[in-house]
Design a protein around this ligand. Structure first.
Ligand code: HEC
Ligand code: HEC
Length: 191
């Protein structure tokens, strides 16, 4: 009796890990097998915070996260909570890599300053307060370090226009100009 239960347990473990391996391959098509895709259309997800990733994948599944690009994530509809957790654990465990950024030193310095100190005159808070000194994120606050600049810029603009909703960010983006947003993006991609 006991051995039957154990055999059933191992069989179910094997099936679920095969199912997830298959699905990781699908994600890898756009995000890279190690989550460090450099094609700027797609976000890097290597080393992304586990709780943030699980929350976002469930938000795509329920259509709570809808952006002009969220259609790419329509495949999440058929995923179970357990699959979402396993796939997220795999990508969260990958090592994030910075991008190769070619930008003026002054632009990077502006981005770093906004990231660390905000823009007091415009009431823009320091990003580091929530996203961490090294932009590593924490729990449901995402890692931003290494992220592809054009993905980053698009999401910031969509928070501004209301095309991406969120509990915190829409108010925080405030009056940042596109140049300021891009400077922060370039700084973050470089670290
Ligand atoms: C056809 C390409 C494609 C496939 C396949 C794909 N993604 Fe995505 N993914 C995208 C795009 C594009 C976005 C950005 C969408 C948006 O604007 O919200 C995204 C967003 C995400 C995000 C949010 C990133 C962030 O920083 O907020 C996560 C997490 C993610 N994908 C994980 C996955 C996982 C896990 C799979 C496999 C189950 C997967 N993706 C499959 C293209 C894809
Ligand atoms: C009070 C805390 C807080 C501050 C300050 C803050 N953020 Fe965020 N940020 C969050 C949280 C929480 C999320 C995820 C939930 C959401 O979408 O609102 C997020 C999400 C994001 C995302 C989406 C990331 C992705 O992978 O799609 C970007 C980009 C971002 N923040 C950039 C910034 C920048 C740049 C600043 C500084 C100008 C900043 N944040 C300041 C809490 C904060």
């Amino acid at each position: 009796m006991k051995s039957k239960v154990i055999a059933a347990f191992f069989l179910s473990m094997m099936i679920s890990s095969f199912a997830s391996a298959d699905r990781i391959g699908i994600c890898a098509g756009c995000h890279g097998l190690d989550g460090n895709i450099t094609d700027p259309l797609y976000p890097k997800i290597a080393g992304q915070q586990l709780n943030y990733m699980i929350a976002e994948l469930k938000a795509y599944r329920s259509d709570a996260r809808q952006t002009p690009d969220s259609g790419y994530m329509g495949l999440l509809k058929g995923y179970t909570d357990e699959e979402i957790r396993q796939i997220s654990e795999y990508f969260a465990a990958q090592t994030p890599k910075p991008g190769i950024v070619e930008a003026d030193e002054k632009v990077i310095a502006l981005g770093k300053s906004i990231y660390e100190k905000g823009i007091p005159a415009k009431n823009v808070s320091a990003c580091a307060e929530c996203h961490g000194d090294k932009a590593e994120g924490r729990s449901k606050t995402p890692r931003l370090s290494g992220q592809n600049t054009s993905y980053f810029v698009k999401q910031m603009i969509w928070y501004k226009t209301g095309e991406r909703t969120g509990k915190m960010m829409p108010d925080l983006v405030g009056d940042m100009t596109e140049e300021e947003i891009e400077a922060v993006g370039l700084y973050l991609e470089s670290i």
